[in-house]
Design a protein around this ligand. Structure first.
Ligand code: PMP
Length: 365
């Protein structure tokens, strides 16, 4: 038996075992080619079938209407931070950014590098260490705003917009750390982007979903080719050599997600995991202290908490590792513990962790 741990890393993160096993089986002889998928031309019919299936599964799982294009790009969320203003904030357009965490702040800074004061801050909770999301009454959104940018899940701080920001403007959203955690209505979204390395597959693929009217706004023929969304859309994400192996794994993950009942089933499991984990933190409120100050804002993907002392945090991480659970050390700027419970983490994995947490209190509380 291969040794596998319970993986709570924040990203790259664990992937569903059947998706990896499929890759293992097909590694040396992909689709009867006598080659691995990494060794086959991206213009071959065998690769093309994978590419098309990855696009189709994304549409199907997310229930995307026909007026959305799915793109499989590179450069991670970081390249998107720049591509979005380069393509969309042209001709004097302005946008409002909601600053709710480390990554939302980075997105805003990068956009300002491109578009200066056409990028405005709609709200920020930085003064409160981003330990909550802004309320609807705190959002300042201009009448002239082309879009409102937000980060649906704040990976570092452990907050998540379960109800999206209240505005009638289109959204542009970084969903890197919670894409496909549940079904949702995409109709208000002009553009969604997500690095694959949490809920979708390996790093190196950036899933981008763009509405046709947003694509039309991208008149950007003066930009270097790779930076133009329109070109990628016209070429079906085959303008240049795509990250073929990453897209292949993403296809395996999505095919597996479909086989277990799609996003509805995944949401049920994610909600159960959240109940178990937050239930444990609240049950031992004198010992485990959550980072997020508003319960409604608590993320179902990243759960941050502290033990009574930094020494106990370290002991917790070490003992969990001995018990086969890895990736629990908190983000460097926050400390404490961070448990990432992306889609591939099972209810049973979280039950194991919660059993360990209960026991840890008994021994150290
Ligand atoms: N946005 C969010 C919400 C993230 O969690 C991350 C990665 N942790 C990033 C952006 C940066 O992603 P990348 O490294 O793929 O550029």
């Amino acid at each position: 038996m291969t040794h596998r741990v319970i993986n709570f890393y924040a990203g790259p993160a664990g992937l569903p075992l059947p998706a990896l096993e499929r890759a293992q089986q097909e590694l040396l002889d992909f689709a009867g080619t006598g080659m691995s998928v990494m060794e086959v031309s991206h213009r071959s019919k065998e690769y093309d079938a994978v590419h098309e299936e990855a696009l189709a599964l994304t549409r199907e799982l997310m229930g995307l209407p026909d007026n959305y294009k799915v793109l499989l790009l590179q450069g991670g969320a970081h390249l998107s931070f720049g591509m979005i203003p380069l393509n969309l904030l042209r001709g004097g357009r302005k946008a409002d950014y909601i600053v709710t965490g480390n990554w939302a702040e980075k997105a805003t800074k990068e956009a300002k590098l491109v578009a200066g004061d056409h990028v405005r801050v709609a709200a920020s909770t930085k003064d409160e260490k981003f330990a909550r999301l802004p309320k609807a009454s705190e959002l300042k959104i201009g009448e002239d705003s082309a879009f409102v940018h937000f980060t649906s899940n704040n990976t570092v701080e452990g907050t998540q917009w379960k109800e999206f920001p209240k505005t009638d403007k289109p959204y542009v959203c970084d969903m890197s750390s919670d894409i496909m955690w549940r079904p949702f209505d995409v109709s208000q979204f002009g553009l969604i982007y997500a690095g694959a390395q949490k809920n979708l597959g390996p790093s190196g693929v950036t899933l981008t979903i763009i509405r046709e009217d947003f694509l039309e706004m991208c008149e950007a023929s003066d930009l270097p080719s790779y930076l133009r969304y329109k070109l990628h859309a016209e070429k079906n994400s085959l303008y240049n050599t795509p990250p073929t192996f990453g897209i292949y794994i993403l296809r395996n993950v999505l095919a597996y997600n479909k086989s277990i009942g799609g996003l509805k089933a995944i949401e049920t499991a994610n909600r159960k995991k959240g109940e178990l984990l937050y239930g444990c933190i609240d049950r031992h409120a004198g010992f485990y202290k959550g980072f997020v100050t508003e319960k409604a804002d608590r993320s179902l993907m990243n759960v941050d908490f502290f033990l009574p002392t930094p020494e106990l945090d370290d002991t917790f991480v070490k003992e969990a590792k001995k018990a086969g659970m890895v990736g629990l050390k908190g983000y460097r700027d926050i400390g404490g513990i961070r448990v990432s419970t992306y889609n591939a983490v099972s209810v049973q994995d979280v039950e194991t962790l919660v059993g360990f947490m209960d026991e840890f209190v008994r021994r150290n509380g």
